[in-house]
Design a protein around this ligand. Structure first.
Ligand code: FMN
Length: 183
């Protein structure tokens, strides 16, 4: 599949079949994270692969918005390390996005649990500690996201997009692009 097709096809899936994710697929997802670009090529993000049901249950309680984590047969925790790079947050986010795309290409569904919370430092710290406690991550690492991955219980619908002109400008901001033929 072409990368752009995968990007267009990707949806969030929050209901999963109990079928485990095949080992070769898990390896491909890890590679997607491992090979993801980082600022200055520094290893500023780390990954924890979680299949254990009790650990997934603990992760599902890290925020109120990821109950699906316990039902996803695979959870991937992505954590950044500010001691390694000032770009830890971007690096972790890029890796999570690439993993999500590879999951889509492999026919897997995925959901994103937001651990990093830029607007509420107290809630952010609470979420991070819940993830650290669940999987034993050391204090210097900042958990950014938990991806829940597995086979979707039902095929996701095609994505409905807002107009291109809402977000794309040509030459200067405000010259909105209504149609790609204008570019
Ligand atoms: C940074 C970020 C944070 C997100 N946080 C959550 C979350 O905490 N819980 C959740 O169920 N989905 C979360 N999502 C999923 C988005 O809400 C979802 O991808 C978005 O509504 C678009 O839908 P789509 O993925 O089907 O295109 C998050 C996605 C991103 C990129």
């Amino acid at each position: 599949m072409q990368t752009l097709s995968v990007i267009k096809q990707r949806r969030e899936v929050t209901q999963f079949q109990p079928t485990p994710v095949p080992r070769d697929h898990i390896r491909a997802l890890i590679e997607a994270g491992y090979y993801s670009v980082t600022g200055n090529n520094l290893p500023s993000r780390e990954f924890v692969v979680v299949e254990d049901a009790a650990t997934r249950e603990a992760l599902s309680r890290a925020t109120p918005y990821m109950p699906w984590a316990k039902d996803a047969p695979l959870n991937l925790v992505i954590a950044g390390n500010p001691q390694v790079s000032k770009y830890w947050l971007q690096d972790a986010t890029i890796a999570a996005s690439n993993i999500w795309l590879v999951a889509t290409e492999l026919g897997l569904g995925a959901a994103w649990g937001a651990i990093h919370h830029a607007e509420d430092p107290v809630e952010c710290a609470r979420r991070e500690q819940a993830v650290r406690d669940a999987v034993g991550i050391p204090a210097e690492l900042r958990p950014v996201a938990v991806l829940g991955i597995g086979y979707a219980a039902a095929p996701p619908k095609e994505k409905e997009m807002y107009p291109l002109a809402r977000v794309v400008h040509l030459h200067s901001w405000g010259r909105q692009v209504g149609n790609l033929t204008e570019v």
